[in-house]
Design a protein around this ligand. Structure first.
Ligand code: NAD
Length: 347
């Protein structure tokens, strides 16, 4: 198997290093790695956040393990050259449209959640975020109003095929879980959302065994902290999913715990922690590598056909937590590499 490794910026290289240590123990020679430049690091060395060589490595790989991108030095560059374009570009070029973000509370971390432990203990949900369309990919720009005032605009749109394919991923995922799918939209205000809701209802005819419900995004944000246990699988658009999944992560303890997968139709996937490059802690050894280690486990399961190895990694993470291993974000003192050591010891 060929895995493209894109460490990126900030804490990206630090957390990727720990995931690779774990993969080397679990998979040995079964995986070969090709390293590529992305983000601010790539911009500084090549003049582009997603250079053509990196895209080539990505296309040739069975899966991509991605750290994070984002560099404050690059915040004033024109948008097309900013580090974040690397991730958007990979999603677009490889047609990675289905972003799967599980949020499960490891029982050992019940006290790290900002929710009351009995509420937090119920969290076991999967958020499926469409990641190839919506307002992030629409026409955007700055213009002047008739009175000469500055105006920014970003166009939100989905076509029915885009909604249908992500809806099917939602129904199939719910089928492999507890059989409940909640579609989140803002159909009371947005035409894009009205089409979303209509198409999800049409596709539901193919999945009569799945219990479908609909929720407005503002209510969903509230329900996620009020009673997260009511959710099994959530399917939603790119922007709403971006926000709700970060919220779910905090409910589950820390943003440093949550993995994600973004798949295309041929199940080639990009795997990454949901957090960013965390420039505030980069280089201090404070980053929690578990989200990236758990992303590597998802990669083994969804793209490389190594479910047993994925289970081993997830069990080792649970064991390390059970043994008391905690980085600073979880209220402990372990450094990034010490957390990696704890997972290796559990393996
Ligand atoms: P962030 O996720 O980088 O950080 C938010 C907060 O969480 C920070 O306080 C950070 O220290 C903490 N944090 C994040 N990951 C952690 C970890 N593994 N262990 C411990 N603490 C952790 O989000 P931000 O600060 O909004 O963004 C920073 C940069 O990352 C920006 O340039 C942004 O555009 C970029 N970003 C990239 C991605 C990506 O690569 N997919 C995702 C989100 C943000």
């Amino acid at each position: 198997m060929r895995v493209a490794l894109f460490p990126g910026d900030g804490i990206g290289p630090e957390v990727i290093a720990e995931a690779v240590r774990v993969l080397e123990v679990v998979c040995g020679d079964a995986i070969e790695y090709d390293i590529g430049l992305v983000g601010g690091t790539a911009y500084k060395q090549t003049g582009h956040p997603l250079p053509p060589e990196t895209l080539e490595v990505a296309r040739a790989a069975d899966a991509i393990l991605f750290g994070a991108v984002g560099d404050p030095d690059c915040d004033n560059l024109e948008r097309a050259l900013r580090p974040e374009q690397a991730i958007l570009g990979l999603r677009k070029h490889l047609e990675l449209f289905a972003n799967l973000r599980p949020a499960t509370l490891f029982k050992e971390l019940a006290d790290a959640s900002t929710l009351r432990p009995e509420v937090a203990a119920q969290i076991d949900l999967m958020i499926i975020r469409e990641s190839n369309g919506d307002v992030y990919f629409g026409e955007k720009g700055m213009r002047k109003t008739a009175t000469g005032r500055r105006e920014g605009y970003d166009i939100m749109s989905y076509n029915e095929d885009e909604v249908a394919r992500i809806a099917r991923v939602g129904f199939e995922t719910a089928r492999a879980r507890r059989g409940k799918l909640c579609s989140v939209d803002k159909a009371n205000v947005l035409e894009t959302s009205q089409l979303w809701r209509d198409v999800v209802i049409e596709i539901s005819a193919e999945f009569p065994d799945i219990e479908l419900s609909h929720m407005y995004v503002d209510n969903a944000a509230m329900q996620l902290v009020r009673n997260p246990g009511q959710f099994d699988t959530i399917v939603t658009g790119n922007m709403f999913g971006d926000i709700l999944s970060d919220q779910a992560s905090m409910c589950a303890g820390s943003i440093g715990m949550l993995p994600s997968a973004t798949l295309n139709a041929s199940k080639q996937g990009l795997y990454e922690p949901i957090h960013g490059s965390a420039p505030d802690i980069a280089g201090t050894g404070k980053a929690n590598p578990l989200a990236t280690i758990l992303s590597a486990a998802m990669m083994l399961r969804y793209s490389l056909g190594m479910a047993a190895e994925a289970d081993r990694i997830e069990r080792a993470v649970a064991k390390a937590l059970e043994n008391g291993a905690r980085t600073a974000d979880l209220g402990g003192k372990l450094s990034t590499s010490q957390m990696g050591d704890a997972v290796l010891a559990a393996l």
